[in-house]
Design a protein. Structure first.
Length: 381
């Protein structure tokens, strides 16, 4: 729910219009042409909505990026961002919203679209409500997954106990057979000596052996089956009831997908990486510049990053240094993409914090193998 709004403006006009329009409904604050004050207010009032009303979209970008850099630990604050822009920047503002840099935009220059603002506020409230519901669902699914894991563990423990008891019964049965056969053999030999017969093939030893094979051994085998059958039935029941419940429950849970961001200034390479990663089952975000990537990464979670080494606005090493300065991205796997395989490029990438690198054109099998390797420790991530 939106209670507090912070408007950051480089002129008095727009902030005055917004404050007058929303005063009384929201706790609204404004910082005009004073970045230090804006930073201070953001940390102090912790707004649910941040409205950036600068003369151009790049100025709004620069402010927001600086805000994230200076206060990295405060970025997880749950807030949404609106761009208040000139009508000529409408397309650019929309692209920023589609990329996830901002949540919505309102035309504020040369005229103020009050109806659009009301609609944007309503949609922002809905997003907060949906995020809350998704958060509760996520907690429920996590708890359910833990319960299923515990159920699977109990099943394994039960099967182990059953098998142990069954092995002990089999061992006891074998011990009885051993002692019984030895006793029959000793009795047969003693009886043969008593009546002067051959202990190996005499008449009496033969009859005793026949008695042993036809009556005693089958009786013992029936006893063994009667003793072990309950364990086998128990094991089958546990496996059927508990095993099926655990596997079906796990199957019904939505399978988590890792999110990968690809940062490259070449639109063709962006499209190629997007399709390649999506086909491999990943959720994919793309950015065409370092600054655009940093803005998006300040707002969303990713599990790995593919980063172009050479870009016009900010090269890969500079972007990587900014990433490693952001606490939540300090350990995120970064794979550097480069057309250069010289030793100094590899060394510089590793020193800056890259886990690995790939030479363009990207080898699909190698990319998948390396992502699987570095994402192995993220299973929820």
């Amino acid at each position: 729910m939106i209670n507090t709004i912070l408007v950051v403006d480089d002129e008095d006009f727009e902030s005055d219009v917004l404050v007058r329009h929303l005063a009384g409904e929201y706790d609204i604050h404004a910082a005009v042409a004073n970045e230090t004050l804006a930073h201070s207010l953001f940390l102090e009032i912790r707004p649910e909505l941040l409205i950036l009303s600068f003369a151009s979209i790049p100025l709004s970008e620069a402010f927001y990026l600086n805000l994230m850099r200076k206060h990295p630990d405060e970025r997880p604050l749950p807030h949404q961002t609106f761009l208040f822009c000139h009508h000529k920047d409408e397309r650019q503002a929309m692209e920023h919203c589609l990329l996830g840099v901002a949540d919505d935009f309102i035309i504020g220059r040369p005229y103020f679209d009050a109806v659009r603002l009301r609609m944007a506020l309503h949609m922002a409230e809905e997003r907060f409500r949906m995020r809350g519901e998704l958060g509760r669902c996520d907690k429920h699914l996590t708890a359910t997954a833990r319960d299923l894991d515990e159920l699977a563990r109990l099943r394994e423990d039960s099967i182990l106990q059953i098998n142990t008891a069954r092995r002990q019964g089999e061992d006891q049965h074998q011990s009885v057979l051993l002692h019984l056969n030895r006793g029959f053999r000793q009795f047969s030999q003693a009886l043969a000596r008593e009546y002067g017969e051959n202990p190996r093939n005499g008449h009496l030893p033969g009859k005793l052996n026949q008695l042993n094979q036809e009556l005693v051994m089958p009786s013992l085998e029936r006893h063994r089956q009667a003793m072990t059958h309950p364990y086998e039935t128990w094991a089958e029941a546990v496996e059927k009831r508990v095993g099926n419940l655990a596997s079906s429950g796990r199957h019904d849970l939505p399978q988590p997908r890792h999110t990968i961001m690809a940062i490259d200034d070449d639109p063709v390479m962006q499209a190629y990486l997007h399709d390649l990663l999506e086909e491999a089952g990943y959720q994919v975000l793309v950015a065409g510049t370092g600054q655009e990537a940093l803005l998006v990464l300040g707002r969303v979670h990713v599990d790995a990053i593919l980063l172009d080494y050479q870009m016009p606005d900010m090269d890969g090493l500079a972007v990587l240094q900014h990433l490693r300065a952001m606490p939540k991205l300090a350990d995120t796997p970064v794979l550097m993409l480069t057309v250069h395989s010289e030793r100094h490029v590899v060394v510089e990438s590793h020193v800056a914090g890259a886990q690995d690198f790939l030479v363009k054109p990207v080898d699909v099998a190698l990319l998948r193998k390396k992502l699987k390797k570095y994402l192995a420790g993220c299973e929820a991530c």
